[in-house]
Write a protein that binds this ligand. Structure first.
Ligand SMILES: [Zn+2]
Length: 212
């Protein structure tokens, strides 16, 4: 039985032919390469990060900083760590807003606002670490899974900004019953969906290629 490795995400397929589409990252057939088993002790087929070629040319201070940051992001899995900010806090903020609306607890509304601001401020790091992993580990492949992640991230940033601005312009939007309040809550719900979608796809990429 031949083994085929997806060069985008590292998924291993067993069979005479590579699959038409990678079940993990949707890369097409042409992205698969045959894994040639080496004789001797089990050599791990999992593609580890290949070190970027060491350039002999002197780097500028900024380039050095970028290279170091990029290596640290990949080595220490900073993207999966950073995504806990939106994925953990945004659903909690929605719960706070619902408590405000249904149980008339305005303090929870303040907590939700601070939560949105905190998540918004963390987004540059979430996006930058995600971009680095996508470029370095997945070679910037534009398959459906990455399109969804990029789209969900854009929706997340825009909705956070919209909610924060709306709350700034109309401070009683959630504490006072109105139609606008339900629109505000609906947007917060869509926001939860967007961070959930990005997180789900990330989980699929990281865990989807593993055999349990
Ligand atoms: Zn793949």
């Amino acid at each position: 039985m031949k083994k085929w490795e997806c060069t985008v995400c590292g998924y291993i397929h067993e069979g005479e032919e590579p699959p038409d589409e990678c079940p993990v990252c949707s890369a097409d057939k042409s992205m698969f390469v045959e894994v040639v088993e080496k004789a001797g002790p089990e050599t791990a087929a999992t593609p580890e990060m290949t070190d970027p070629p060491q350039t002999a040319a002197p780097q500028t201070a900024m380039a050095k900083l970028y290279t170091t940051a990029s290596a640290l992001i990949l080595k220490h899995h900073l993207h999966p760590i950073m995504v806990h900010t939106p994925n953990g806090i945004v659903p909690m903020a929605l719960i706070f807003l619902l408590i405000t609306a249904f149980l008339d607890q305005p303090l929870f509304e303040t907590a939700a606002l601070y939560s949105f601001v905190f998540v918004f401020l963390s987004m540059p790091l979430v996006l930058f670490t995600g971009y680095e992993v996508w470029q370095k580990r997945y070679r910037g492949a534009m398959t459906s899974i990455f399109k969804i992640k990029i789209g969900a991230s854009a929706v997340t940033v825009l909705l956070l900004l919209a909610l924060i601005i709306w709350r700034a312009v109309q401070p009683d939007i959630v504490t006072t019953p109105s139609t606008g309040r339900w629109v505000f809550l609906a947007l917060a719900l869509i926001l939860v969906g967007a961070v959930g979608a990005a997180g789900h796809m990330g989980g699929k990429l990281v865990f989807g290629s593993r055999k349990n």
